[in-house]
Design a protein. Structure first.
Lengths: 412, 376
């Protein structure tokens, strides 16, 4: 039984509009395609081309100006079913504003067909020029624009990886040409050149003289359907930290760690927080660094507390450990004489004359200096046992190096 | 008898991990992303956890892909920050008009414009309230504690699906990029959201509302009924109409359904201090500083009441009623332009309401304590 894809024969277009022929040929191509009505989803743009919905008996989605290819891409990805056919329709104006969407869909070889109904103008808004407008039309409407050649959307789609890209004239019977695109697995596009009697060219006959070249361009590439995976919980890979040590904290301890990018500050802070957790404390840890993560300062804040921690900022640090000048510049305004301060001896601390200065960097190198200094503080203060810190990196790929830093800190 | 030891699993985790895990458990199944600081931790976890993950070339494309996926029956999610959200606003209107569910996590940062990508701030509430042309509203949630990172996303997702609407979860860098010690065993089970499909006889009208003002959904591509989804003004059949009574009524219903169901998604925490004449109202990251301040006040014997908002739009009626009942109200938020105060009161600030704000930094408990003291 022949399936009629047209919900109604009367079209909403101006007399002589090329969209009329495009729609009739699309319906005919679908009838010949073997698809059932509800296997086809027409996705339309804003503009005269987007008036197609009411004429189609299949699923229809009517979106925004220029976004139809991206919208259709989402539908095609979600369906992930080669027995469903997603067809996007837009005009030359929509193709201009949504050019990137078209190129991306071609590059990604999205399983869909795009029809670009190129009548050379924005018909719905009064006949403005688009990026696809022909030079001769530009000379009539806005002469200076004639200096700039139109996009060849067919070539661009092909160059971006479309499996099938063709340019055809909206003349007579061309349903089989559309059918070639529709049966393509992967991304196909057909640019259909047609008249807009209201604002551009009066007839297809007139447009045949403009030098448009009908063509078919094909790329051979495999179609890879999008995948939906069963993935395990993020928690499955998290190892529980056992509470096996005890700390000597009366209430809350705020610790600032300051160094430079690439010097292990964030790792050291993570290990310190884990050590606190293994002592049964509540802990927070946060890091701060410039947007260029490989250069500049690296700052970490760790709070340990017997009570629940609400506010995670540090107004004034109880302990500050700083191993580079970059880090000091970030920390110096947040310490005072009540802060237990440990700084590398290479740092110029200006007028700050309190704290302990030691050669952490010289002893273990810049990448381990913060951990070394933490171990120094822990071993001398006894607030959190060093064993708790050592336990956190058991099995770590750099365990030996980390242990060396800790032992050096203890011995200083 | 041997007493059974309470099962625990203490780990260091962060808000990003909790948000993504809870969303997937709640039924979210597609994630599209364009990277932007400070939302990237969410994206990194989504890559590991979501059944479908796809990087998009920009935020316009991101939301268009989400829109298409939702039209085909998926429950999609993305995360962004203001510069990205600005590009999404056109499509937010489309999704709203099409009545499709999705969750956008907006990790706020310091503006205006691209501002400072790595500096926390919470100044996008008024953008939320002005996103939809005509002043229409969609539900906007705020994460105000670490536990909220687990509890709010499933609620937001459920609201999006049940009301057929996009929803936004507002959060910020400090909330999703701070690690905490946490017992995973304390997390309650997340109930997956069930998509309800139309099961009636033809003709199916995709925008004909039920008694709850919500149209029953069918995805495009289904083999039972033709579906028409439309972003322009449309009738119950999903056909473009200019200003017919049915089409205008359909558009007006979009706000009506959001308001009708407000009780089902209004979330707030009210900690009432007996005899207190002072109320602190806050949301987002500042809630933590306020909690600490209120605890300190309680310990000193001068209790202060605290109202923390998780549902910001539409505003639960309880919020205004409660604010009106206190002699002193301090609205504390991490932005310079007092977004919440302007959202509630416009430019006519009642005499009992004070605003407290900070720009480019967190508000500290000490500052809040001073402000509370000045009210006494």
């Amino acid at each position: 039984m022949q399936i009629d894809f047209l919900a109604k024969k009367k079209m909403p277009y101006c007399p002589g509009c090329g969209h009329h022929a495009s729609n009739l040929n699309l319906a005919k191509a679908l009838e010949k395609s073997g698809y059932n009505l509800l296997d086809v989803i027409i996705v339309s743009d804003i503009g005269c081309s987007g008036l197609i919905d009411e004429n189609m008996a299949c699923h229809t989605v009517h979106g925004l100006h220029g976004r139809v290819v991206a919208l259709a891409t989402g539908i095609a990805y979600a369906l992930a079913n080669k027995n469903k056919k997603v067809i996007a329709i837009q005009g030359d104006g929509g193709a201009t504003i949504g050019l990137q969407h078209l190129l991306v869909a071609a590059r990604r070889n999205v399983n869909m067909t795009l029809l670009v109904l190129n009548n050379n103008v924005y018909g719905m808004t009064g006949g403005q020029l688009s990026g696809l407008s022909n030079t001769s039309l530009k000379e009539k409407i806005l002469h200076d624009e004639a200096y700039y050649p139109p996009f060849d959307i067919t070539e661009m789609a092909y160059q971006s990886g479309a499996v099938y890209a063709s340019k055809i004239m909206a003349k007579g019977e061309f349903s089989d040409k559309l059918g070639e695109a529709i049966k393509t697995e992967g991304f196909s596009v057909v640019e259909i050149i047609g008249p807009c009697p209201a604002y551009a060219y009066n007839s297809i006959k007139e447009m045949m003289e403009l030098g448009y070249e009908e063509k078919v361009l094909t790329n051979t590439r495999p179609f890879v359907a999008p995948q939906f995976y069963e993935r395990s919980s993020l928690f499955d890979s998290k190892n529980a930290i056992e509470r096996q040590f005890s700390a000597k904290i009366s209430n809350k301890l705020s610790i600032l760690l300051g160094g430079s990018a690439g010097e292990g500050v964030q790792l050291a802070a993570d290990l310190l927080a884990q050590a606190g957790l293994s002592c049964g404390l509540n802990n927070t840890k946060k890091g701060e660094y410039p947007i260029t993560v490989g250069t500049g300062f690296s700052l970490a804040e760790v709070i340990m507390s017997n009570d629940p921690i609400y506010y995670t900022g540090i107004e004034k640090a109880d302990v500050a450990i700083v191993t580079s000048q970059d880090g000091w510049e970030m920390v110096k305004s947040r310490v005072n004489e009540f802060t237990k301060l440990f700084v590398d001896e290479t740092i110029d601390t200006g007028t700050v004359d309190y704290g302990v200065k030691l050669p952490f960097r010289e002893k273990v190198g810049r990448k381990s200096a913060v951990l070394c200094a933490i171990a120094y503080w822990m071993s001398h203060s006894g607030v959190v046992p060093v064993d708790a810190l050592v336990k956190t990196f058991a099995g770590h790929k750099h365990e030996e190096k980390l242990l060396e830093a800790v032992n050096t800190g203890i011995s200083m | 008898m041997v007493e059974e030891k309470e099962k625990t699993k203490w780990v260091m985790t962060d808000g990003s991990e909790l948000i993504i895990e809870s969303l997937v458990r709640a039924g979210a199944n597609a994630y599209v992303n364009y990277p932007i600081t400070p939302s990237n931790w969410l994206n990194a976890f989504a890559l590991k956890r979501f059944p479908f993950f796809m990087p998009a070339p920009d935020e316009i494309t991101t939301l268009q892909w989400l829109c298409g996926m939702a039209a085909a029956g998926k429950i999609p999610v993305t995360a962004t920050s203001f510069p990205g959200y600005a590009l999404m606003i056109e499509t937010m209107n489309e999704v709203y008009m099409m009545e499709l569910p999705m969750v956008i996590i907006l990790v706020q940062r310091l503006g205006p414009s691209t501002g400072s990508a790595t500096v926390g701030a919470e100044g996008d509430l008024l953008v939320m309230n002005g996103t939809i042309s005509g002043g229409f509203q969609f539900p906007v949630f705020s994460i105000s504690s670490f536990e909220d990172c687990w509890n709010i996303p499933p609620k937001a997702l459920k609201t999006a699906v049940e009301l057929r609407t996009p929803v936004v979860i507002l959060t910020s860098k400090e909330m999703i990029m701070t690690s905490r010690s946490f017992d995973l065993e304390k997390l309650h089970a997340v109930e997956p959201v069930k998509m309800k499909y139309f099961t009636g006889e033809a003709p199916y009208k995709p925008y004909k509302p039920n008694e709850d003002l919500i149209p029953e959904f069918l995805p495009v591509g289904n083999e039972q009924h033709q579906v028409r989804i439309n972003s322009s003004t449309h009738d119950h059949a999903g056909m473009i109409k200019k200003a017919t009574p049915e089409a205008i009524g359909n558009s007006l219903r979009l706000q009506e359904k959001i308001e009708k169901h407000i009780d089902s998604y209004s979330i707030y925490t009210f900690i009432e201090a007996p005899e207190s004449e002072t109320l602190i109202v806050t949301y987002g990251i500042t809630s933590e500083a306020c909690r600490e301040s209120v605890c300190r006040c309680g310990k000193s014997g001068k209790g202060v009441s605290l109202l923390i908002l998780n549902t910001l739009i539409p505003l639960p009626k309880f919020v205004i009623e409660t604010m009106n009942s206190y002699r002193n109200v301090i609205v504390i938020e991490e932005n310079s332009q007092a977004n919440l105060v302007r959202y509630i009161y416009g430019v006519n600030l009642p005499t009992n309401v004070k605003k407290m704000n900070a720009f480019g930094r967190m508000i500290t408990p000490s500052e809040i304590m001073k402000e509370i003291a000045s009210c006494r």
